[in-house]
Design a binder for this molecule. Structure first.
Ligand code: ADP
Ligand code: MG
Length: 713
């Protein structure tokens, strides 16, 4: 690398990286005090406890704080400061941050609350804060943050009661209280961290920034998050997708239920996106989403402590039949499967085990098994190429010493390089064994299901890591024509469009049957004469969303009935809603419904994740069955295929009851094209093609409905 390149990349790191935040030499505490019980005091206390660098109190009311020289303002502090922690009252917090920027401090943690979480005055204060941070290009955490920690340098710039133990898990949380609770518990469990960040209101730095920073951090093995919302879904997906190529991300996203979502939005002022969008977005990003705190740390521990398994097949070694069966059941519910041992392994096992033992998986070494017998069985199982991981289960017996067994498990794990989850069952008697296992990166659980769940997480992460990123395909489309069609809606002063926008689909290469909008019965007759056989006629009105509900769709109309059908459809529409705006009647080619299946492809724009694509069975089934798959657009071919294959009724599309299978590739391609359309036009707020008739030789979009945001056009 030549020197110019070196400089360029260094400069890049200096502006983009967060090393000054986690690895500062000197930290100022703006608003440091000595008064007992105050936050300004707690932060200084926490900093001086372990921090390898220098702590500099700033407060005009003190000459020194806890024996450290105190400065009246940040400007008068001599020398360079890498980080400022701001704890002054909200009324002067923005000014204090501005002074940090002025003084050249690049990293600022704003502990002060009373911003966006408190109402309109706070919200405008938060906007000022963001503007100041932008002006000075600050890495700003918070406001309303508990602070940050980084164990390698002993940095505890929080006002929490506990410091973290050192480890390789980096943890971000949108709730500061959750961090204090987690640390209290994690310290008890011996779980350590690399960095900990309380995100607060995320006025500047958010989850995406930390995912990016930790993905680059060699000391972070696992990224954990407690999130209530994602600021920018698309950016987050990109960052997480890249990070998970090397570093697993495990997240709890709260606000999963509607009640929870409401609680969240009043908590941090987060605009909650839809649950479906999160589920789809996090999955596409490769994030392991968990339901509770226990799983969060179960997964974090095993992922940070052991290598990933090469195969999904697990061996179970036990001295107790019952728990062995429980484990087997749990395997059945997971992505793992029970390994079949090779002949060689079985021979060796039958030589080593007593006759009463079961040498097939799960290996039951039976109740009188001592540590040596366990060791032998586990060694043979792990040596088998068919085995990717193991669960070791032991009930307490007179011949088993848990400490010795823990040593054996740890040694064999290291020797074979395959992950193990251990279930030494018991209370206090497992304490020291647990310690030994933990040193070896092996978690111990009382519940076999948790052990299986942890190995399952490893397999799921390995699948994430191994999946090739596939860029969304770009089709050759007529974007200009699509724009014109959308603008027509704008000219008409309406943001809702129906079948009059059928050409929009055509412009993006989604097949539609022949159709014309007739304004008079005569036009309708002429249109029908241009179409082979009977036709379908539909009322076209932006005020009528569900045409068939009001008798606004006539299927199988012969040419001679077209004139009357036109008048009948218009009369029905007038009866239904006298002031409805009627654009005409669509005369459409018939599609063979007997040979095809009515499916739906659609999109809803989520406030955080953007366009959320949907696929499911269409027609009347869609609401009843709730059998749909969603993904955040743009989708790749693989993702679109997963959507089609993922619905429960997928077998219907593969040809049930002697019918020919539907043209799967054509459905997949329509989804990809729709994905491109809604990505190209942010003005499309929602869109449904229902039904997209999927026949054996292709698809037909026979209906469309969409809403546009005229401001975005
Ligand atoms: P809406 O959803 O507003 O009621 P659609 O255009 O979806 O109106 O029509 C309702 C139903 O009529 C469809 O689900 C489909 O079963 C049938 N249908 C509509 N258009 C056609 C067509 N071109 N060929 C065959 N059947 C059709
Ligand atoms: Mg419809």
């Amino acid at each position: 690398m030549d020197s110019e390149e070196t400089q360029a990349s260094d400069a890049g790191r200096a502006t983009g990286g967060l090393s000054g935040l986690f690895d500062p030499d000197r930290v100022a505490v703006v608003g440091a005090t000595e008064s007992e019980g105050s936050i300004g005091r707690a932060i200084v206390d926490n900093l001086v406890a372990d921090f390898a660098g220098e702590t500099v109190p700033v407060n005009p009311n003190y000459d020194d704080v806890l024996g450290l020289d105190c400065y009246p303002d940040i400007e008068s502090v001599p020398g360079e400061l890498n980080l400022a922690v701001v704890v002054v009252p909200p009324s002067i917090a923005v000014e204090a941050v501005e002074q940090c920027g002025e003084a050249g401090v690049r990293n600022v943690v704003v502990i002060t609350a009373g911003f966006g979480e408190t109402g309109s005055e706070g919200a405008s204060r938060e906007r000022e804060l963001t503007a100041v941070a932008e002006e000075y290009d600050l890495n700003l955490v918070g406001p309303n943050s508990l602070g940050v920690m980084s164990t390698p340098v002993g940095l505890n710039a929080t006002f929490g009661p506990e410091n973290a133990l050192s480890g390789s898990i980096s943890f971000m949380s949108q709730s500061g209280a959750f961090i204090t609770a987690v640390l209290d518990w994690a310290n008890d469990q011996g779980i350590g961290f690399k960095d900990v960040v309380s995100l607060g209101n995320k006025a500047v730095l958010d989850e995406t920034d930390f995912v990016e920073a930790w993905a680059e951090d060699p000391d972070t093995d696992v990224i954990l998050g407690y999130l209530e919302g994602v600021e920018n879904g698309a950016e987050f997906i990109d960052a997480a997708r890249e990070a998970t190529e090397d570093t697993p991300i495990v997240m709890v996203k709260s606000g999963r239920t509607e009640a929870g979502a409401q609680a969240v939005s009043s908590h941090t002022g987060t605009l909650a996106g839809s649950e479906q969008a999160y589920e789809a977005g996090l999955e596409q990003a490769g994030v392991l989403r968990v339901e509770n705190v226990q799983e969060l740390f179960d997964f974090a521990q095993i992922l940070s402590g052991q290598p990933l398994p090469d195969s999904d097949d697990v061996a179970i070694v036990t001295n107790a039949g019952g728990p062995g069966v429980m484990t087997t059941d749990a395997v059945g519910d997971s992505a793992l499967s029970l390994a079949s041992f090779s002949e060689e392994t079985l021979d060796a096992l039958s030589g080593a085990m007593p006759d009463e033992a079961n040498i097939y998986n799960p290996i039951d070494a039976i109740g009188d098994a001592d540590v040596d017998r366990f060791a032998e069985a586990l060694d043979l199982a792990l040596a088998d190429d068919n085995v990717g991981s193991a669960v070791v289960l032991s009930a307490p017996t007179a011949v088993i010493d848990f400490d010795d067994l823990a040593e054996v498990i740890t040694d064999l794990q290291a020797e074979h390089g395959k992950p193990i989850a251990s279930v030494l069952m018991g209370g206090e008697r497992t304490d020291s064994a647990r310690e030994i296992l933990r040193e070896g990166g092996i978690p111990n659980y009382f519940d076999p299901a948790r052990a299986v769940g942890s190995l399952d997480a490893m397999v799921r992460y390995r699948n994430v890591r191994d999946r090739e990123y596939e860029a969304p395909e770009r089709f050759d489309v007529d974007r200009e024509r699509a724009r014109e069609i959308l603008e027509r809606a704008d000219e008409r002063g309406d943001n809702r469009l129906g079948v009059e926008a059928m050409d929009l689909l055509d412009a993006y290469g989604i097949p539609t049957p022949d159709g014309t909008i007739a304004e008079t019965p005569e036009d309708a007759v002429e249109a029908a004469q241009g179409i082979d056989g009977e036709v379908v006629m539909k009322i076209v009105s932006p005020d009528i969303l569900h045409k068939s509900d009001i008798g606004g769709v006539r299927v199988g109309v012969p040419n001679e009935d077209v004139y009357d059908a036109f008048e009948d459809l218009v009369t029905r529409a007038r009866n239904y809603q006298p002031d409805a705006e009627i654009l005409g009647v669509q005369v459409q080619e018939m599609v063979d419904l007997d040979a095809g299946t009515e499916t739906i492809i659609g999109m809803n724009r989520d406030p955080q994740f953007g366009p959320l694509l949907l696929f499911g069975l269409g027609g009347i089934f869609v609401e009843i069955l709730e059998d749909t798959e969603t993904r955040v657009a743009p989708v790749s071919e693989r993702e679109a295929t997963e959507m089609v294959d993922g619905i429960r009724s997928a077998p219907l599309l593969r040809g049930a009851r002697g019918r020919d299978p539907a043209d799967r590739e054509a459905i997949v391609e329509s989804l990809q094209r729709l994905s491109q359309l809604v990505t190209d036009f942010p003005a499309i707020l929602e869109l449904d093609v229902n039904p997209l008739v999927a026949g054996p030789d292709g698809v037909d979009a026979v209906d469309v409905r969409l809403t546009v945001d005229r401001e975005e056009l």
